[in-house]
Design a protein around this ligand. Structure first.
Ligand code: GTP
Ligand code: MG
Ligand code: ZN
Length: 282
């Protein structure tokens, strides 16, 4: 029995990579095929069949990918940045043991907007600003470690980034999914591309919206997933403070007022807090 990593899933065939780098297409005779995900570590038996899926640390169902180590959360000045989505993805990462990296793309289009976004986030998570069309995008190659995924709004440049890093065009639709392709729909097939030893990156086009119900937390816990709030929460009068009760009792609200916490982050925190609270009503 040998361990391998699932790079791609097509119909009922899986492309797997063994630790020595050998790549093989295998089946899964005695296992449910929809229980095996790209990013899974699996055991391959003598008949070249997947016989077991190793425990995974996390999973995204749509698009299906498992065992994610890092998420490259991508934004750009165009389309209009959805920072609430960025914040939701950051919380999702913290909840699922994924390291979030902010990738601000299309620096060539609007330097000012890129710099503004960078200013908001560089205190929160590791942030890179670049343009896909020049060598600045190569900063990401160093950043790829383990199983990484690109996520973010449609048209921010996720596929372009993969293509630029690969320095060749990746065909968006392969021979299999062409047959089932309808209209302009982007394929939901996920594939891990290899950029060196233990360096994999996948494009997750379908993960451009994030339903709050994927954030399995109580709204009162949300504050713990805003790392920049923590140092100011010491000054809140009550330990249970959720930072919306008024400045006189709250270190976080004071920090927002004094420009020590970005207003955009705090306002999105309030929105997300209400969204999570409303979820419980249904
Ligand atoms: N000016 C500029 N345009 C870019 C850059 N990167 C990507 N684009 C353009 O942005 C558009 C969208 O890029 P895609 O790579 O298709 O975006 P995507 O994130 O994969 O979009 P979905 O697959 O719909 O989720 C394309 O026209 C790209 O050429 C960049 O750095 N600068
Ligand atoms: Mg794409
Ligand atoms: Zn507070």
């Amino acid at each position: 029995m040998t361990e391998a990593l699932v790079l791609k899933k097509q119909s009922s065939l899986f492309t797997v990579e063994f630790e020595d780098g050998k790549i093989l297409e295998v089946g899964a005779r005695n296992l449910k095929k929809d229980g095996i995900f790209v990013g899974d570590r699996v055991l391959i038996d003598e008949t070249n069949s997947i016989s077991k899926v190793q425990p995974r640390k996390n999973i995204i169902i749509r698009p299906p990918v498992a065992g994610i180590d890092k998420m490259f959360i991508t934004v750009a000045p165009i389309p209009k940045p959805d920072l609430l989505l960025v914040d939701k993805l950051i919380v999702f990462c913290f909840l699922n043991n994924i390291k979030p990296i902010l990738c601000i793309n299309k620096f060539d289009l609007d330097e000012k907007t890129c710099k503004n976004i960078e200013k908001i986030y560089k205190k929160v998570i590791k942030t890179h600003v670049f343009c896909t069309f020049d060598e600045s995008v190569e900063i990401l190659i160093k950043e790829i470690k383990g199983v990484c995924v690109l996520a973010g709004q449609s048209a921010v440049g996720k596929s372009s980034i993969i293509n630029a890093l690969k320095k060749e065009t990746v065909t968006r639709v392969d021979t299999f999914s062409k047959k089932v392709q309808r209209g302009k729909q982007t394929t939901r097939t996920v594939e891990l591309y290899k950029f060196g030893k233990n360096k994999y990156l996948a494009d997750t086009a379908g993960f451009s919206k994030l339903d709050e119900s994927l954030l399995k937390i109580d709204e009162r816990e949300l504050k713990n997933y805003y790392p920049e709030f923590l140092q100011f929460a010491d000054k809140c009068k009550y330990k249970t403070c959720v930072h919306k009760g008024g400045k006189e009792f709250c270190g976080v609200q004071n920090a927002v007022e004094n420009g020590l916490i970005a207003k955009e982050r705090y306002e999105n925190y309030l929105k997300l807090y209400d969204n999570l609270k409303n979820l419980k009503r249904y």
